[in-house]
Design a protein around this ligand. Structure first.
Ligand code: BGC
Length: 275
């Protein structure tokens, strides 16, 4: 039980090994840095620009942390398997997966191409399945090491408020995140007896490249803030802090949960004055 463990509250992930997908920018980058600051060695996954991952690795090492860059397109089974083999060889094992890689390819419904649909489902949903499966195989191979963590492994799925909020113009993206919700919960149910915890973080609007057009002009930001009761856009670190907690034994009895980190976006803000 976590309560009986004595671990450093400032370094709750000491001696743990993590892999973060899509970690060369945005939320993934912040998660990689926060996990490293909490004591974990981190494999920083990237898909196309090695130099961006190298920069994150260099930042982590400059802060005294341990990190490596690992390549894979998460929607490609062979590349995912090769990436997990590389990370487990470098670190010895893996304790934490942050299933973060994701993208948007927006279109009006009648204009959405099959390619746009399949690319988004492939990365956002199939990619989370492929990475989680490899992580679970390693967690089961190694089992619980009580001195490291009371769990055999922890998976944190990056979902979205759009796992519950329908999103016109983005049906591929909203469908992928609705799928992530059931992927996460079904895995959590199946794997809890094996001491593997699976949870999601559902960000609202976070200041990252994926939604730049929603915040980089005063007009867009004003429109966005109407959807956020907390009246501020989120920062990647808001998400990263939650991920560290879910990855640590501080949340040992939490599995199958989605934590909405959204400044209240899922609270039907239109009803604050209407209805
Ligand atoms: C999307 C962002 C969007 C936010 C809130 C996220 O999942 O990726 O583009 O701003 O949800 O709507």
């Amino acid at each position: 039980m976590a309560a009986e463990n004595s671990f450093d509250l400032l370094k709750p992930l000491q001696n743990q090994k993590a892999l973060v997908t899509g970690a060369s920018s945005g939320i993934g980058e912040a998660c990689a840095k926060a996990l490293a600051a909490a004591g974990a060695a981190v494999a920083v996954n990237y898909v196309s620009h090695r130099e961006t991952a190298d920069r994150v690795v260099a930042d982590i090492r400059a802060g005294g942390g341990e990190a490596i860059a690992v390549h894979a397109d998460v929607s490609d089974e062979g590349e995912v398997q090769a990436m997990f083999a590389e990370a487990t060889k470098a670190f010895g094992t893996l304790d934490i997966l942050v299933n973060n890689a994701g993208l948007q390819q927006d279109a009006a419904f009648e204009e959405m191409t099959l390619q746009q649909w399949q690319t988004v489902i492939g990365v956002n949903l199939t990619g989370q399945f492929l990475c989680a499966r490899e992580a679970v195989r390693e967690f089961l191979r190694r089992g619980v090491v009580p001195a490291t963590s009371s769990a055999a492994g922890k998976i944190i799925c990056m979902s979205s408020v759009h796992e519950v909020i329908p999103w016109g113009g983005h049906v591929n993206y909203a469908s992928s995140k609705g799928g992530v919700m059931q992927l996460m919960k079904s895995m959590a149910q199946e794997l809890a007896p094996k001491k593997i915890r699976v949870n999601s973080v559902a960000p609202g609007a976070i200041r990252t490249p994926i939604n730049r057009s929603a915040w980089d002009t005063p007009e867009a930001l004003a429109a966005l803030l109407k959807l956020i009761p907390d009246q501020r856009i989120g920062e990647p670190e808001d998400i990263a802090r939650t991920v560290v907690w879910l990855a640590s034994d501080l949340s040992d009895y939490v599995t199958g949960a989605t934590l909405f980190v959204d400044g209240g976006m899922t609270l039907y803000p239109g009803f604050a004055t209407g209805g």
